[in-house]
Design a protein. Structure first.
Length: 265
């Protein structure tokens, strides 16, 4: 069978995966805290027809090799800051700079840039999926005092401190929101709900209060929007489509060559 037939198939598969990545980015163009991904290709093994020859009585010769196609080398997540959107809700939080919110989901610690939180009946800040925001001191952030009737309002400072305000205007700190950073954020594993988990290549989470170390500060009343570049993704759709079409043509041409061979008498 012709090598070009299988090479064309590998091209179809790789460009289909590129299309999958681009379509997922476009689908999440309005997803809070979403970080876009890009597909990276690499060549596969090459068949060596003749090895290299060392210079001697005659000049040296280069190896003769025929490539056997392409494959997806990996996907890379773009963690650049997304645009800011004003909401006016105290519980909505934006990270200015590096870091992730640490949330607990059914006993598993996850990490997210999506700061759309709300206060539940038990006094926990929760994500839409029910994950609870963690305290810089460890454990769930306990804001149950806000439900006691003692305080009339509350706010969150840029350093992550949650302050309760009573009728006289006096403030009482109730806790500090945790922010986590990683040595290699690109090594985090996506687990859905715009959340990530640490992996062996992300490094362990370095948890602390906002504005400490390399952790960014917080802004209450704002959300970080998706960082998807829609124009760039539409261009990627065209590139992946043309690549798919070109490799389809390789398969068609290979089929025509095989048909010619079959018809030989």
């Amino acid at each position: 069978m012709l090598r070009s037939l299988f090479t064309g198939i590998s091209g179809l598969r790789a460009h289909q995966q590129m299309l999958d990545v681009a379509s997922n980015n476009i689908a999440n163009v309005n997803t809070t805290g979403y970080k876009s991904s890009s597909a990276m290709f690499e060549s596969t093994l090459s068949q060596t027809i003749a090895g290299a020859g060392a210079p001697g009585a005659q000049g040296g010769t280069n190896p003769t090799q025929v490539g056997l196609g392409v494959q997806l080398a990996g996907t890379e997540t773009n963690f650049t800051q997304g645009s800011n959107q004003y909401t006016g809700r105290t519980s909505d939080l934006l990270i200015n700079g590096d870091g992730f919110f640490q949330v607990q989901n059914k006993g598993q610690l996850n990490y997210t840039r999506a700061g759309s939180f709300q206060l539940d009946a038990a006094g926990h800040l929760t994500a839409p999926d029910g994950s609870t925001v963690q305290s810089a001191a460890g454990g769930d952030l306990d804001l149950s005092a806000l439900n006691s009737g003692t305080y009339v309002s509350w706010n969150i400072s840029s350093t992550g401190v949650v302050n309760a305000v009573d009728g006289a205007g006096a403030t009482t700190p109730l806790g500090t929101i945790a922010i986590a950073t990683f040595a290699n954020p690109a090594g985090l594993t996506q687990v859905g709900d715009t959340q990530y988990q640490a992996s062996v290549n992300s490094g362990a989470a370095q948890v602390g209060p906002p504005s400490s170390g390399s952790r960014g500060s917080l802004t209450s009343g704002y959300l970080e929007m998706s960082n998807v570049d829609l124009a760039g993704e539409l261009t990627n759709l065209i590139i992946s489509e043309r690549g798919f079409q070109a490799n389809s043509r390789v398969i068609t041409t290979s089929d025509e060559v095989l048909q010619t061979l079959v018809n030989l008498k």
